[in-house]
Structure formats: structure tokens, C-alpha cells
Design a protein around this ligand. Sequence first.
Ligand SMILES: [Zn+2]
Length: 312
Amino acid sequence: MRVLFIFLDGIGLGVNDPATNPFARAKMPNLNALLDGRSLLKESAPFDGERATLLAVDPSVGVNGLPQSATGQAMLLTGKNISAELGYHYGPKPNPEVAAYLNDGTLFSRFAKAGKKTALLNAYPPRYFDGIDSGKRLYSSIPLAVTNAGLPLFRHDDLFAGRALSADFTGEGWRTMLGFPDSPMMEPHHAGRKLASLAKEYDFSLFEYWASDYAGHKQQMETAVGLMETFDGVLGGLVEEMKDERGKRAGELLVLATSDHGNMEDLSTRKHTSAHVPALVIGDKSVREEFTRDMKDITHIAPAIWNAVEKP
Ligand SMILES: [Zn+2]
């Protein structure tokens, strides 16, 4: 089984209040269709339908304080209760203690060692590598795990060649913010199809979406609603591309969208929240059943992915 992990930074399951929660406002028809009319809200989970499962997963893992990105992402990638072992949540970028967990035993390193094809599907711009090389920028947990596993990060030429996707899905940011006026642009639906077709080339692939956490910290309701409506378009294309391959073993794909902590679902605060995060799983019903069994907190996600990819 191939697994695509869509990592959505800073998205929790919040209350159904349009004053504070963009998920109570955003028009997300593709998500609603997957969830039999439900939205990405606390009241919607747990749900198990024909096409998708939605669970509420605990990112706090029994540790006081608000969950943070470095430990949260490291726990998603390793399945280890790092916050409990260290006694704190930490972020946004990993400190040496958190980074030590990302040398080995991550999904990327384990799959690479097992001879599985694996990749982070984001394309990074030249200024990102300049920042890393000059020491001005630290890797966040996910790219750190990727590079520690000996895997390359995709670059602008990979984006232009269609081997990787822009972090905003559509590529607009490469034109407006990164100085690549001729970079490829895609409608969200097309980006979703592209994401699924890229994922079919790998045993395990991950796409990292961080704009959601940023919008949460900035408390930008309109931006947040727009981001999620774009994401809904992506979901539509993704599901369509998955459907085309239904029944064909080589095309079998399980998609998981989840997060490291809440934030954007409650714009009454600039901080992260203690909300449970969604685990939205799309794919074959029997595979979903096994995949989501005992999925209670974010340390249960990496073992579930490991088992699913190991299945012939
Ligand atoms: Zn954050």
C-alpha cells in the first residue's frame, strides 16, 4: 500500500463558531462529500464513511503546556512520545534534544533503509537553501528528518519539471513572493491531481503545508478561510485521481491528512491550542479500518503508516 501523508500545520478540531473558527465558515464541498455533509469540526469526529474516516487525535500526549511544532512533527515522524520523554513541548524549530530523535527511526529513514521509495514532495526555493547554508535558517523537523535519511529536498528545477509541488499547492507564491514569474501555476483541483499522481510514484510520500499555522498565529480569518477553500479544491482533485485507479493494485493509495497541534481553528488566540487534531483518512475502507485502529494520539500515526506501507 502506498501512503501519502498531507501534513497540515496548526489545524485542530474546533467548535462550530463562525466568529472564531474558519472551518465553520469555509466552503469545503469536497470535504463535506467525503464526510457525508460534515465539516472539519470537533463535533464531526469520529466518523467512518464510504470514502473517508475522521478521527480526533490527541497532540498533547499527557504533557503539560501547549503542543508545539518541533516535538509534534518529530512524534508524527517517529511514533515516539518525545514530549513525555523530554518533559516538554518544543518549537517551532527543533533544539538539539529534539533533533537527536530525528537522526534515525523516522518514517523517512526507516523506509529509505528498507529500500522503499520515499520523498518529501515540497519544492524549496533557492533562498531556503541559502538560509540553511549560511546558518541563518534551521531545518524544521520534517526537512531535517528527510535530509538525515540521506534524501534530497526538491528544488526549483524539480518544481518546474513537475517532480514536486509548491508549498501553497498552486504555485502562486513562487510568482508573487519568490521571484519566479514564469513558475508553473495550477488550479487547486489540478494541484490535487498532481499530488496524488506524484504520491503514486512512492511507497511513502509527505507534503508539508505550513501556511495554516501562520494564518493562525496572525489571526487572519479571511486568509484562513481562503486557504481552506483552496485545500478543498486540492482534496477534490486528489480524490478524483485516486478514483481513476480504483481496483488497480499498483495505484492503491491511502491518504492521511493530519496536524501537529491546533491553532487556526481558534482565531480568538494567537497561540497554539490544546484541541485534538484531525486525522482524515481517505482510501479503501478495510485498509482505513486497520489503519485507524487504536489511533488515539499523534504517536500512533507513524506505526500505522509503517504497517500500511509494509502491506503488499
Ligand atoms: Zn505555530
